[in-house]
Design a binder for this molecule. Structure first.
Ligand SMILES: Nc1ncnc2c1ncn2[C@@H]1O[C@H](COP(=O)(O)OP(=O)(O)OP(=O)(O)O)[C@@H](O)[C@H]1O
Length: 354
């Protein structure tokens, strides 16, 4: 398996990875907002969803199918639970990779109750036959269950109770159009602003009984890469530090010291992210340099640099992928406390290829 942004080479989970680790799973249930009012940020999606749910409630029916797209850890599972809670309906949770055969899906669908919410995480990873069964289930609340094999096989139609499908995907673009078109509402989840993450940290600290100052919450928020899951994880590590090395209270200084121990810098970069930038600046004058050369310079696999470190560096505007290779932006020089090279006179090719 190739590495991704969330797991460094070697397998250990990254403190700043956005995919849930075992500890996250254990504590996240306690930290999830329970209704739309408690859900922080995502103003647009929240308002649109509020309208969809209110209208469905007023009609006394089930809500339209909902597709939530966005990076891991932004709150898709949480929102699906909120949709069920707001509709006063039970929720069934499963995921695309768990449904490999159409029969797996048929057995889930046929056991749904009236109005139930079915949360299908990673919906883009479902098998094709299951996907085709889902089209009919979403549109007509009916599936054809095939009994037998070969020429003697018969399709038995099975009526389903009305239900709301909430699909979640990190890659909306990978969904086949017929599937995408069957959702009545699509919400795209954005990365969170620091002020919103500060509220997430403050709220979680309250639930975990951690005393924290506003500045302490801001310090953690600024290092959380726009992602509530990372904010909650960093809060737990800072809490440990505050307990062991101080009086348990999370101030700005304590948060900064703790995250220095864990090598997460003021902008949320970790050791690997910084190693890539440092090599780019110190060994290659800021680039352009080929990916393979850069990977050798930091002693990592090419895939690790490309899939683990680069996405966040690109998102932060610290690194650019150009046809001639990787280039550090002026912001990268500033972030590592260095002065970017002077731009060449107009008309002459320079470091940044202009
Ligand atoms: N808007 C929010 N306000 C407060 N906490 C949030 C918010 N969004 C997410 N969280 C918290 O972040 C954690 C991760 O959220 P969640 O599991 O819903 O993310 P996700 O997008 O479903 O991730 P994945 O795709 O990896 O399953 C949870 O503990 C949740 O409480």
């Amino acid at each position: 398996m190739s590495p991704d942004e969330n797991t460094p080479a070697g397998g250990a989970e990254r403190l700043v990875g956005a995919v849930a680790d075992g500890e996250d799973t254990a504590v996240e249930a306690a930290l999830r907002p329970k209704d739309l009012g408690e859900f922080i940020g995502q103003t647009r999606v929240r308002e649109q969803l509020d309208l969809v749910l209110r209208a469905a409630r007023a009609r006394g029916g089930t809500a339209d199918h909902v597709l939530l797209s966005g990076a891991p850890g932004l709150g898709k599972t949480t929102l699906s639970m909120i949709i069920a809670a707001e509709m006063g309906a039970p929720i069934r949770i499963t995921s695309g990779p768990a449904i490999q055969h159409a029969g797996d899906l048929a057995s889930i669908l046929s056991s749904l109750t009236d109005g139930e919410v079915l949360f299908l995480d990673e919906i883009h990873r479902m098998s094709r036959p299951a996907e085709e069964m889902l089209y009919m289930a979403m549109e007509d609340f009916r599936v054809d269950v095939v009994v037998g094999k070969g020429p003697g096989a018969t399709a038995i139609p099975l009526e389903l109770p009305p239900f709301t499908l909430v699909g979640a995907t990190t890659r909306a673009g990978l969904l086949p159009p017929p599937l995408r078109d069957r959702f009545g509402f699509t919400g795209h989840m954005e990365f969170y602003e620091p002020a919103e993450l500060e509220r997430v940290v403050g709220r979680s600290a309250g639930l975990l009984d951690v005393e924290i100052s506003a500045e302490g919450a801001a310090e953690i928020a600024g290092r959380s890469r726009g992602t509530p899951r990372i904010a909650n994880r960093l809060l737990r590590r800072v809490r440990d530090y505050a307990q062991v090395r101080a009086d348990g209270v999370v101030t700005r200084e304590i948060a900064a010291q703790a995250l220095e121990v864990y090598e997460v810098d003021a902008r949320g970069l970790d050791r690997l992210d910084r190693a890539v930038l440092r090599a780019l600046l110190e060994l290659f004058g800021g680039g352009p340099v080929g990916l393979s050369t850069l990977a050798v310079a930091v002693g990592e696999e090419r895939e690790t640099v490309e899939e683990v470190a680069e996405p966040f560096l690109v998102r932060e505007g610290l690194l650019a992928r150009t046809p001639r290779g990787r280039v550090a932006t002026p912001a990268a020089w500033h972030h590592l406390g260095r002065t970017p090279p002077v731009a060449p006179p107009a008309g002459q090719p320079g470091l940044f290829g202009t």
